[in-house]
Design a protein around this ligand. Structure first.
Ligand code: AMP
Length: 302
């Protein structure tokens, strides 16, 4: 079933101890869409400038991602640059030039208004909500990502949007900040009162934890020998998770558990190369093979 994502489309400049790239396709929506398109048809709502050419769009086009909802505005595309330290645990943001992204008002083409699965990427919660109000039929599942900036500056708007969200996907710091509660299990209970009934806590190299109001599930990050660039790992995780879920008949405990594994699989592929390089060359059989490795990695008998 179709999965709509709204979020940033960017040019990224990335520096890690293993290399450097400038002005490559980036943005949360790009990573998400590339990952999710392995499982289900994806529709993107975003904005780019007039410097964004057909060649820049090609990696998304090649994966048959629907780009009818990408607005081409006059001006420059959002530009973000970051540098990682030696052990890749810390990232310094060097540049955030919002450019046309500063005036983004998501508008859904008529062909998008029946989207049964929706992912609201990390943008202003009021804009996230405006996407939901444009969707005609009640979605089967709405996922949401946010960050400290919105938790601090627009808490009331964020809480309003969360009322209409089933799956919240954030990291551990954001979970603590949103609830004011350090213990993640207790924090999850507070989040359930805000709307979502599933909280997915992304923990980078420590994997991910899902707290549902009836069960808990945890996946490790896949142990890799080579990590070249962690950029977009969280967005790829979200794309793998939501993409897999949208490919299933129903959202059940089992499909949510498998979605966690596919999220982790896509996040692990993303970091192997720079930016979106690995995601653009990924095959379904590589994904299945790594999912089987995950199953072996976490299997044990009592
Ligand atoms: P992550 O590594 O998951 O934080 O995602 C990195 C991606 O997020 C990059 O491709 C950036 O272009 C994009 N990004 C960085 N800052 C922002 C922002 N303020 N709003 C939306 N997207 C952003």
């Amino acid at each position: 079933m179709s999965l709509l994502v709204v979020g940033s489309i960017a040019f990224d400049g990335i520096e890690t101890p293993y290399g450097k790239r400038d002005r490559m396709l980036g943005g949360a929506a790009s990573y998400f869409a590339l990952a999710a398109s392995q499982f289900t048809p994806v529709r993107v709502v975003g904005i780019v400038g007039d410097d964004f050419t057909a060649k820049d769009m090609a990696p998304l086009k090649h994966r048959n991602i629907d780009l009818a909802g990408v607005e081409h505005a006059t001006g420059k595309t959002f530009y973000w640059a970051g540098r990682y330290n030696q052990n890749m645990n810390e990232r310094t943001t060097l540049v955030t030039d919002l450019n046309v992204f500063a005036n983004f008002h998501p508008t859904l083409p008529a062909t998008y208004t029946d989207s049964p699965f929706i992912f609201l990427g990390n943008i202003d919660p009021t804009l996230q909500r405006s996407v939901l109000t444009q969707v005609k039929a009640k979605p089967k599942a709405v996922g949401l990502d946010t960050m400290n900036y919105w938790i601090e500056r627009t808490p009331a708007e964020l809480k309003e949007t969360l009322k209409h969200t089933q799956i919240l996907m954030i990291n551990d710091d954001e979970t603590r900040q949103l609830t004011g509660e350090h213990n993640l299990t207790r924090a999850a209970k507070m989040i359930f009162k805000m709307g979502p009934k599933t909280l997915v806590i992304k923990r980078g190299e420590h994997g991910a934890l899902m707290v549902h109001d009836r069960f808990l599930f945890s996946v490790p990050a896949f142990p890799l020998e080579t990590v070249n660039d962690p950029t977009g790992a969280g967005d790829s995780f979200a794309g793998g998770f939501m993409g897999y879920l949208a490919s299933q008949k129903n959202v059940t405990e089992q499909s949510l558990r498998r979605a966690m594994v596919y999220g982790s699989v896509l996040g692990s592929f993303c970091v192997e190369k720079f930016g979106v390089e690995r995601l653009t060359r990924l095959t379904r059989s590589e994904i299945s093979a790594r999912a089987r490795l995950f199953s072996r990695l976490t299997a044990f008998q009592l």
